[in-house]
Design a protein around this ligand. Structure first.
Ligand code: PCA
Length: 209
């Protein structure tokens, strides 16, 4: 089995991105994981993801990104066909209200067992929750583009997206954060769960807001 685990470059003025730092840690510890850093650029991110899939021919793809303001590791359940960028990307582009892929479905669900993944992360003592929105920026674009690739070109491949919190050194006092080591433990648990679980847990992760 080969697992492609992606993280993102720093963005929005930051000098590090915990998603890439954590992805590198996981790849250093597991010989079935290849880590690739994706650019935070609307034009370049999906070509880079496709190139990584074509180069490494993985059986599983887990893309990770940083979600500032979240305190838990959040496996994402649904990718939407919408870009609405609140800030420019690293190339200066700021698309507003355009589809990720013209004419493609409104949304795709992950093919990762997100509830089982959350339980596995929590079993390592790391906070986790299922998320129902990956936002409308480059992370959602990559998640949507990944699921579209799987639906249209790589039907045997499974994949999905996981957001990790900012690292403590990136945030002010009292703001939510999680150490990179804990994010790495979480990503490792998501991969192990996805490789060993095909049916998700029959428990609720629903939200009322
Ligand atoms: N987080 C951003 C893009 C790159 C990243 O790590 C997002 O959530 O869209």
């Amino acid at each position: 089995m080969t697992v492609l685990l992606t993280g993102f470059a720093p963005f929005g003025g930051a000098t590090t991105n915990p998603s890439w730092q954590a992805a590198r840690l996981v790849a250093a510890r597991r010989d079935d994981v290849v880590a690739v850093e994706l650019p935070v650029e609307f034009e370049a991110s999906l070509p880079a993801l496709r190139a990584a899939i074509e180069t490494h021919r993985p059986d599983l793809v887990v893309c990770a990104g940083e979600a500032g303001g979240r305190a838990s590791v959040t496996p994402e359940r649904v990718a939407i066909n919408l870009i609405d960028a609140r800030i420019p990307d690293n190339a200066g582009d700021q698309p507003v209200d355009v589809p990720v892929i013209e004419g493609a479905p409104a949304a795709y669900f992950t093919s990762l067992p997100v509830k089982a993944a959350v339980a596995a992360i929590q079993a390592h003592g790391v906070p986790a929750a299922v998320s129902h929105t990956a936002g409308t920026y480059v992370c959602n674009q990559v998640f949507y583009g990944l699921m579209h690739l799987l639906a249209t070109e790589f039907p045997a491949l499974r994949g999905g997206f996981v957001h990790v919190p900012s690292a403590p050194e990136q945030v002010g006092p009292g703001e939510p954060a999680l150490g990179v080591e804990q994010s790495a433990v979480a990503l490792d648990a998501v991969i192990t769960t996805a490789l060993t679980t095909t049916a998700d847990l029959d428990v609720t992760a629903g939200t009322l807001n």
